[in-house]
Design a protein around this ligand. Sequence first.
Ligand SMILES: C[S@@+](CC[C@H](N)C(=O)[O-])C[C@H]1O[C@@H](n2cnc3c(N)ncnc32)[C@H](O)[C@@H]1O
Length: 264
Amino acid sequence: MDERHPETLPSLVMTTEAEACRVAARHLAERLSLPCLDWAETADRLVLNLTPTRLELLARERGRGQPVFVEFSAAIAQARRQEGLKQTLARAIGLKGGVRPDVLDATPGLGRDAFVLAALGCRVEMVERSPVIHALLEDGLQRARREGLPEAARLTLTLGDARAHLADRCATHAPPEVIYLDPMHPERTKAALVKKEMRQVRSVVGDDPDAAILLQTARAQAAHRVVVKRPRLSPPLGEMTAHAVVTGRTVRYDLYFATSAISD
Ligand SMILES: C[S@@+](CC[C@H](N)C(=O)[O-])C[C@H]1O[C@@H](n2cnc3c(N)ncnc32)[C@H](O)[C@@H]1O
């Protein structure tokens, strides 16, 4: 049983509708230790579906369901560049003028925040611990590379727990300038529920009850700052009071500066 979401995590299965994808789907199922079922056997299931164009997560209980996949596109990059350095995420990370810090995204999920930062010119190292979410990210990144998106060259992806990764990384690399955290938020009332997409991700990865420990590790490692995304009115993660806050319409970014950055 998964400690991150006991009892409620539905069992995910791999499938494909396309004859041409069968072998690849079987290999991926093996790699992810998922059962591989025929499409016809997966009605009412949460599935990882390999189509000829992408890998997607699909909750089939409501008919065909709304696919969830990683979308790195030129149109999204262009839109976020137009929003520029005033957008709250850019301000929280510390982008200004020609300053583009290197970011380690320790909770990349569907990669949307990482992609925004890459579109604005940052190099972003994504470290995702869920093998299924990592597979979705890998698929999105491969498509972006095939399309020749410049953002793809600024994004790297590693499978693993960010806490262990940070501990190993410090032996061989300079500390990351900025570490970004957006752990799963606690489930709230129905009206305030996070977007449907994120609910589907939650049904695969569960909650992130160890997020406060990740924040402690990140604070010990970041050269400049750690940025934590929170729902606007939530208490700070692990009740660790932030040094500064950037508040948006629905979310808030809590900033923790490295000691060396405070005394600079
Ligand atoms: C809320 S989602 C992040 C959404 C993301 N910011 C986006 O823009 O799509 C949180 C993700 O962080 C991952 N995660 C949580 N703790 C982690 C850790 N210690 N190491 C690596 N990944 C982690 C979860 O598996 C999940 O995929």
